[in-house]
Ligand binder design. Structure first.
Ligand SMILES: Cc1cc2nc3c(=O)[nH]c(=O)nc-3n(C[C@H](O)[C@H](O)[C@H](O)COP(=O)(O)O)c2cc1C
Length: 183
């Protein structure tokens, strides 16, 4: 066999061994907590970031826990309501792993996460779910998503609870990073 051919074959073999999944970290964040976590996760994984935003932006008043008439509570009360997205990620096709992060609202993912999942082609990708919360675990929010979208490969990540220690924060990042399946 010609030396150049052998070298080319070796290069292909090395490339396929080191080929890494392309990672996109998408997140919705009304008051910045999930955004910060998503940014830290991007730094840890080398993934790209995409912020899921409402066509109508969420204001502080929209998530005012003291006002049961606030937008967030209205959306939580109507599970079939799908708030419109500002935009969709470009080149979603090129990603193998897509994280979806959100603040837990009423022990569930906010409605806009359902809009995002329904308006983007996620079939065939590894979709890792994560959240931030006051005290709730991710369990119920994840179960509801899994029930709603049985055809997707959803992986349960974890949640970052309010006022974490630096160690707890790092533990969350590590756990989310390790959720990427080994090739
Ligand atoms: C409308 C609303 C509902 C919430 N429901 C829950 C809940 O069920 N469980 C919980 O632990 N935290 C709950 N929280 C707290 C948020 O999940 C938490 O503050 C989150 O980190 C906010 O993330 P963000 O800054 O990215 O928006 C709720 C907050 C809001 C505004």
């Amino acid at each position: 066999m010609k030396k150049s051919l052998i070298l080319a074959m070796m290069a292909i073999a090395i490339a396929s061994c080191t080929a890494k999944d392309k990672v996109l970290i998408t997140y919705f964040s009304a008051s910045g907590t999930t955004k910060t976590l998503a940014q830290e996760l991007a730094a840890a994984t080398g993934g790209d970031l995409f912020e899921i935003e409402g066509a109508q932006p969420y204001t502080a008043e929209d998530v005012n826990l003291g006002n049961r008439e606030a937008r967030a509570f209205k959306e939580m009360a109507d599970k079939s309501f799908r708030p419109e997205l500002k935009e969709k990620p470009k080149n979603l096709k090129s990603y193998d792993v897509v994280y979806i992060g959100f603040p837990i609202w009423g022990n569930a993912a906010p409605n806009i996460i359902y809009t995002f999942i329904e308006q983007n082609e996620l079939k065939g990708k590894t979709v890792i779910i994560f959240s931030t919360s006051g005290s709730s675990d991710l369990g119920n929010s994840f179960r509801l998503l899994k029930e709603q979208y049985p055809d997707l490969t959803l992986v349960e990540g974890t949640t970052l609870k309010r006022n974490p220690t630096p160690e707890a924060r790092q533990e969350v990042i590590n756990k989310l990073k390790e959720a990427i399946p080994a090739k």
